[in-house]
Each structure stands twice: as C-alpha cells, then as structure tokens.
Design a protein around this ligand. Sequence first.
Ligand SMILES: [Zn+2]
Length: 285
Amino acid sequence: MSLPEDFKPAVEIPDELSPESWAFAFRDQRLLVHTEDQGARLPSLRELEIAAGNGNPDLDPVRRQYLGTYLGRGVVSLEIDTDAEAPDGMAFCGLRGLFHRVDEPLFWIAARAVQIVAWDRDHHFCGRCATATETQPGEHSRKCPSCGLMCYPRLSPAVIVLVERGDEVLLGRSPHFVPGMYSTLAGFVEPGESLEQTVAREIEEEVGVKLTNVRYFGSQPWPFPNSLMLGFRAEWASGDIVIGDEIEDAGWFHVDNLPRIPPNISIARALIEAWISEHRGTRRV
Ligand SMILES: [Zn+2]
C-alpha cells in the first residue's frame, strides 16, 4: 500500500535517459495510459514521443521530473498541456479509478508522480515575493533566488481511527460516500497538534466520544490530492454518539452485522479487516 521496494528514488536526470523509461504523464490529475479491456498499461517515453510526433504536439510535456528507477527502468513524471487529447488506444484516467487496472506497484509510483508534477507546476513563482523560483540539486525543491523561500511538495498528514468497544466498532459516513458505505473516522492534523491530540479532537468533534488506549496502526500515502494517512486504533472510554457537522451518520456496528466498508485501496479497509480478524474467533452464534 505504498511505494514498491524495487523503486529506487532519485532526482538528477541521468545523462542518457532510456526511451524505455516509464512515462507517468499527467493532464491535471489524470494519468495517460494505454487502455486494454479492463486493464491499463503505462506508456514508455518512446511511446509518448511517438504519439506526440504523430500529429499530437500537445502531448509534448510542459515540464518533466526524474523520480528514479523501477525494475531498472527510469521513472519520469511529465506535465501535459491541459488542452491535450489522448491518442487512439489511450486515455487520461483519474488515478483512483486506476487502482485495479494497473499493476499495483505502478499505481503507488503514480501516486508519487502526481504529487511531484503538481508541486513543480504550482511553485514556479515565489508565494512570498513572486520572483521566479529555481530547482535545487539533489532534492525535489524549488528556491526563490530573491528572498530564499523554499518550496517542497506539499503533504497534509491526516489521522484515521478505528474505535472499538468490545465486539462493536465505531463507523461513520460522509455525505459524499457511496450509498450504504461506512468507514473509520478521519481528519487532518492541525498546526501545533500532536497526532494523539488530533485523534482525540477529531473523534470528539465528529461523534462526541472520548477515547483510551490510542495506539499507532500504520500509514498510507493518499494522493487525493496530498494526504498521508496515519492509522490508529483506540478504545471507547466514555460518551454517547453525538453527530457533529462533518458526517451525516455514525454508529456502533457489531462484528456480525457490519455495513458496506471501503474498498481495499484504503487503510480504512485494512484497519477494519484487522479488527474483524481479531474478533472472528470470539463471535457469538
Ligand atoms: Zn521570494
């Protein structure tokens, strides 16, 4: 559920970049792929250049960044003009919808690529003094030569919490969820907070419940658009559910009577499945 081990990050473009390098070409947040039945395949730089040369000059990248290597092939991210049309047999696809269509390691590299492209696109001018920024060697950063402001890819940490009470789990749903789906509660970390404080604040704001025994579960990049999800588990300590402004419903669900839960792309699913597996053996008939 993150970058594959075979991905070796790097920043400096090698002197000879192989035309067989992976090309992660984005038009806004949408990735250019070959569409094949249910699946999708990443193009190589060579294939992208051929498509651009075949009467499709809008496919010439506006900017490109080097991300490293995967399985020994270079990995390049590219920003494509917003007017570009996909060539025959290819399409610009939203990243989330590609999770089951491309090889999973490539999906997580795409999750990095889309954020690097967005960072490079959005920081060409200093946000403090409007001077044109310059790329820095050795890392993905841009620096203002006038005032020295550094611009890095933006990451927004968020906590996501599975709250349990015996054989019950606390799940809620946002208005934008698909019908019937419930998930663990989540919220962004605010400046000055520790993660533990965010966990306590979010759960109290959203459902009015106090927690105990908060412990870390694991993390997952969530590039929609810039999040890093930090998963926690906690136990109910006190309080009845009082639904706050951010969610439309929440409740305690018994392990034998769970609603529809999120798809397996998400750490929410992993949190819930880990909890289910612990309680499966203690289910009452
Ligand atoms: Zn500046």
